[in-house]
Design a protein around this ligand. Structure first.
Ligand code: ATR
Length: 350
């Protein structure tokens, strides 16, 4: 049965996206070898034709190759039909699994111009600060983003892994349209402060890794033989004792799914969808069958009792959500902006 994909307003500035987006990272990066380009282009076209028009990438995926792939896929697509979200501000240090984070104005501008070229578009719909540079006042990073909006190079601004206070400070410089954070059955730390802050300020929410990087979809089995260039090997929840405990979480999801007549992925995604009309998760996939299955989550209904049962699963989860916790919202406070008679002082950031 064909599913009609609802459209929602993300944020308060006029951006409209599909109620479910498509995470493109795994097509080029992160989860094993890059997937064949023609197949990935067909998948992106299939998503757009199905009504999933909110496409998510970043300059760090590859690096760069995921944006190039998306750029190729966009050839011949009516530009207004899709909403392209990309990000800047985080790169891996010399091939190591460690992030270099930058938010100084020159870097913001150069990154935006490079992404526009790779995507081969005139304007980015939603441009996120991927990680927060704790050496640069957020007002300074936002100041440059505001200029890029005024110049028509980006339409809307987003933040990823920013604390509530950083979101507030950023929003005071230029309205933030969306905050992208990990949010799923097994990652719920965003609910304490970030989600209420977004709702108070009218900011849309984009949950990344809503399928727990595949763990909540296909479970532990295929993950036991991860290849060397699959970065899930480094994630605490996929290791040792944590992995064994987390298998039980997956089993519970499977049991519930069997009772309801839906798959674990559909259940996990429906739970995220149920968080509100201001939420558009971006599950990642490289397979048309999995994409179609995930789209089916939009027809899954959950009773309050089922929601309560799903809510209780997070208490069983073991391990940090990321091996790079120092680059998450827990560590995203930036120095105060120093002004003298309204003029910024001390502006040499790097
Ligand atoms: P990320 O945001 O990092 O992409 P995610 O959306 O939580 O993470 O999960 C993505 C992973 O879930 C991918 O490994 C994807 O594998 P495929 O590319 O093989 O699809 C997996 N995944 C997505 N949908 C799935 C489904 N319906 N069944 C099984 N695995 C699925």
């Amino acid at each position: 049965m064909a599913v009609t994909v609802e459209r929602i307003k993300l944020g308060s500035q006029g951006l409209e996206v599909s109620k479910q987006g498509l995470g493109c990272m795994g097509m080029s990066f992160g989860y094993g070898v890059p997937k064949p380009e023609p197949e990935m282009i067909s998948l992106i076209h299939h998503a757009i034709n199905s009504g999933v028009t909110f496409l998510d990438t970043s300059d760090i995926y590859g690096p760069h190759t995921n944006e190039v792939l998306l750029g190729k896929a966009l050839k011949g697509v009516v530009r207004e039909k899709v909403q392209i979200a990309t990000k800047f501000g985080a790169t891996y240090k010399d091939g190591k699994f460690e992030l270099e984070v930058r938010g100084d104005p020159a870097y913001v501008r150069a990154s935006c111009e490079a992404s526009l070229k790779r995507l081969d578009i005139d304007c980015i719909d939603l441009y996120y600060v991927h990680r927060i540079d704790t050496r640069v006042p957020i007002e300074v990073t936002m100041g440059e983003l505001k200029k890029l909006v005024e110049e028509g190079k980006i339409k809307y601004v987003g933040l990823s892994e920013a604390s509530a206070s950083t979101i507030r400070r950023a929003n005071a410089v230029h309205p933030i349209t969306a905050v992208q954070n990990e949010w799923s059955l097994w990652t719920r730390d965003v609910e304490e402060e970030i989600v209420p802050t977004c709702r108070e300020l009218g900011i849309g929410i984009v949950p990344y890794s809503p399928l727990g990087r595949g763990f909540l979809s296909s479970g532990p089995k295929p993950l036991e033989n991860l290849s060397e260039n699959d970065f899930r090997k480094k994630f605490p929840r996929f290791q040792g004792e944590n992995f064994e405990t987390n298998k039980l979480v997956y089993e519970r999801i499977c049991e519930m799914g069997t009772k309801k007549g839906c798959t674990p992925s559909q259940l996990a995604l429906a739970w995220v969808q149920y968080q509100g009309a201001d939420v558009s998760p971006i599950p990642g996939t490289t397979k048309i069958d999995n994409f179609n299955e995930n789209l089916g989550s939009l027809s899954v209904t959950l009773t309050p009792r089922e929601m309560a049962e799903l809510n209780s699963l997070a208490d069983m989860v073991k391990g940090n959500r990321s091996p790079l916790m120092e680059n998450t919202f827990y560590n995203s406070e930036t120095p105060p902006l120093l002004l003298e008679r309204g003029i910024e002082i001390g502006g040499q950031w790097h």
